[in-house]
Design a protein around this ligand. Structure first.
Ligand SMILES: [Zn+2]
Length: 204
């Protein structure tokens, strides 16, 4: 088994799950003074000072996420790591403090199991979401490439047409769409349809 099983405290996934939606209260209770909870305002950093180098993420209440441009070196992290940035705590100290505040250190086996399952479900949902985004990015890249192919072929035909006009001024010359061009348009069409179909199934 992992070291986590021997730890009297729950692991990061479980404590993170329990902390979602409560980060402002957690940080305040543990002694971090936030000038504002608005993610649009830049303030001094509760850890390294300055004037306007610090800002909360839009997801702050759920994730505790923050961004600090302290000393020109941008740092960012979740609600746990802000405790490291401000107090210099190690990850284990951060975990223990948040778990203690949430009353999880005295959670019984059943409560721990419930939290564990919830954390696993959230991790699985996050992975599935990342996979969907990855698939969409791949489809987008294929579409961009197909559009480029089609454009190149059309330009090639225009070029041939111009040359034909120059060399035979007596006849009106028309060059039909190239077979490659039609094939490229067909490919693009298929990719767009595939993309729309998959987006529809993601919306369920
Ligand atoms: Zn800072």
């Amino acid at each position: 088994m992992t070291a986590r099983a021997n730890n009297q405290y729950l692991g990061f996934p479980e404590v993170r799950t329990a902390a979602a939606g409560r980060w402002e209260g957690i940080h305040r209770a543990l002694g971090i003074q936030l000038a504002t909870t608005s993610h649009t305002k830049h303030t001094a950093c509760p850890g390294c000072g300055g004037k306007d180098r610090f800002r909360l993420d839009a997801t702050y209440q759920n994730t505790g996420r923050w961004i600090c441009g302290g000393g020109g070196d941008t740092q960012a992290g979740d609600g746990f790591s802000l405790l490291g940035h401000v107090f210099g705590w190690t990850p284990l100290e951060q975990l223990k403090a948040v778990a203690d505040y949430l009353g999880l250190s005295s959670a019984n086996d059943k409560e721990r199991e419930t939290l564990r399952r919830k954390a696993e479900a959230q991790t699985a949902a996050m992975l599935a979401d990342a996979q969907r985004k990855h698939e969409q990015a791949r489809r987008d890249a294929n579409m961009v490439a197909a559009i480029q192919d089609l454009e190149d072929l059309i330009k090639h035909r225009q070029h041939l047409q111009r040359q034909a006009h120059l060399t035979s001024s007596l006849h009106r010359v028309t060059i039909n769409p190239l077979e490659d061009e039609l094939s490229a348009a067909y490919t693009l069409n298929m990719l767009i349809l595939e993309s729309y179909a998959s987006q529809g199934s993601n919306d369920q």
